[in-house]
Design a binder for this molecule. Structure first.
Ligand SMILES: C[S@@+](CC[C@H](N)C(=O)[O-])C[C@H]1O[C@@H](n2cnc3c(N)ncnc32)[C@H](O)[C@@H]1O
Length: 482
């Protein structure tokens, strides 16, 4: 950039224009009605031009000193070389920024191509290189900008004080202007109805002033975006900021509004990239800015998700907070694998447990209760501790032949299901290189898909149709030789 664009205030400012011909007239027209106090040094011999510019204060060239008193800018449009040089000497002697028409080497500033919409002014400069290019750019801008955009800007200026009082918070105020000036109030102004535009701007400011931030703790489900609830989808698309966990799938993150902020606060085993207290503090801070905050968590927020802690922390600060349930990975994985978690013939009790103690290792669970027959045990975060879990259950009396299923990345494109028995569990995890996220489903119901598969394959052999044609993504399904 060789030239710095700046906008001078004209209201009451003294502007000196030298000359008395067409060029001087062109420059004077730029200042007509601007509120500037224009001194014309020279004057028009042409009667029509003299009448057009009767609003200027005209000075004889001999009175140049009085004309330039307090001048903010000067424009020299003298066609006569000697007069031009004399005018330049006078202006330079007073250090007034000057433009000399068609003499770029003598100019302190150039006069750009100007698009004038009242309060909105666009200036296109080419540094004197090509005024024609500047004019063509201005023509394009003219087509783009609504004719009454200046009226809208004028209205915004007149309401500034009102809006500051209505919305004291600076960030909330910025957001109000961003929305208000592209919404129905703007449409009303462009249609020429400034009264309605003003009413709408005032109403919206009062509402925005009362609005406070809100936090929604939203369950994102196990990964498949089609398993989001309608409410979760709406909130994700309305959010100003989304704090999300590592377990939230990329497909779901792609549903977030493009102009919303996305903040990963994910944790993986042993790696608490953002400590829990800080996540909570960030939720509170964003809500205090008046933002619509979504805290997006894998599965259901209230099932091994620390959603309870976050809800408590946010509400303790007096901030509105709501929870939107999600499909827990236990339900998603079971459905995907065709494992009914309860079954009248096989499981009358269903228990969700964590396989990972707060301080690491296997948690201190009631193994006798978990070993009772006719129940399904779903273990979250149990990949690392699978051998110890199998050992404790068998030691407590659960049959080593009890069916188990290990489901990794359930409902996602890379879902992997492995079937076997409780005694085989450590090898299943090890041999398949299961890293997680994965669930262990332990109980007779985990044997049902294999049973269904056997029946279906007999049927498909008879009918010639593949039994597993309904899978929407490639699956690796393993059944161990029990
Ligand atoms: C911190 S817990 C969160 C559970 C989550 N709130 C829920 O309701 O599914 C994380 C554990 O959930 C399980 N998990 C989450 N998503 C999974 C998925 N898509 N497939 C298998 N297991 C999953 C794994 O056991 C993982 O270690």
């Amino acid at each position: 950039m060789r030239q710095f664009p700046a906008f001078f205030n004209l209201e009451g400012a003294r502007i000196a224009v030298f000359g008395g011909g067409e060029e001087a007239a062109r420059k004077l027209r730029l200042f007509a009605g601007s509120g500037a106090d224009v001194a014309l040094i020279g004057g028009f011999a042409d009667a029509a031009l003299a009448a057009e510019f009767a609003w200027t204060e005209t000075f004889a060239r001999a009175d140049v000193g009085a004309a330039l008193l307090g001048a903010r800018l000067a424009i020299i449009a003298e066609e006569d070389v000697a007069l031009r040089a004399a005018a330049l000497d006078e202006v330079r002697a007073r250090g007034i920024p000057v433009n000399v028409v068609d003499q770029p080497e003598d100019c302190d500033f150039t006069v750009p191509s100007i698009l004038d919409r009242g309060e909105i002014v666009a200036a296109i400069g080419t540094g004197g290189a090509s005024p024609v290019i500047a004019k063509s750019i201005r023509a394009k801008l003219e087509a783009l900008l609504p004719q009454r955009i200046g009226d809208l800007a004028g209205l915004a200026r007149s309401l500034r004080g009102f809006v500051v009082d209505a919305i004291p918070d600076k960030t909330a105020r910025r957001r109000y202007w961003e929305r208000a000036l592209s919404g129905p109030a703007a449409e009303a102004a462009y249609a020429g109805d400034l009264d309605r535009a003003e009413t709408l701007l005032r109403q919206q400011a009062r509402l925005a002033g009362r609005a406070r931030g809100v936090v929604h703790i939203v369950g994102a489900g196990p990964g498949d975006p089609e398993l989001l609830t309608l409410k979760a989808l709406r909130l994700i698309q309305e959010a100003d900021v989304v704090y999300y966990d590592r377990l939230v799938s990329g497909d779901i993150l792609s549903l977030i509004r493009r102009d919303a902020a996305r903040v990963p606060v994910g944790k993986s085993k042993g790696d608490h990239s953002v400590p829990q207290a800080e996540i909570q503090a960030r939720l509170v801070a964003s809500a205090r800015e008046g933002l619509r905050v979504v805290r997006l968590k894998g599965g259901d927020p209230f099932i091994f998700g620390r959603g309870g802690e976050e809800l408590e922390a946010v509400r303790a600060e007096g901030i509105e907070a709501y929870v939107v349930p999600g499909i827990s990975s236990a339900l998603g994985c079971a459905a995907s694998a065709g494992i009914p978690l309860t079954h009248r013939d096989h499981a009358q009790t269903l228990t969700f447990v964590t396989g990972h103690a707060k301080e690491g290792g296997v948690p201190d669970l009631d193994w006798d209760a978990l070993a009772r027959p006719a129940q399904t045990v779903v273990v979250f975060m149990g990949v690392d501790t699978a051998p110890a879990i199998a050992e404790k259950l068998v030691a407590a009396g659960r049959d080593g032949k009890t069916p188990v299923a290990v489901i990794e990345n359930g409902t996602r494109a890379d879902e992997l299901r492995v079937f076997g028995t409780l005694a085989e569990l450590p090898f299943l995890v090890e041999e398949e290189g299961i890293l997680g996220p994965a669930l262990l489903i332990i109980g007779e119901v985990a044997g049902l898909p294999a049973e269904q598969g056997r029946i279906a394959s007999i049927l498909s052999e008879a009918s010639g149709q593949p039994w597993f044609g309904a899978a929407s993504h490639p699956l690796k399904i393993e059944e161990s030789a029990a």
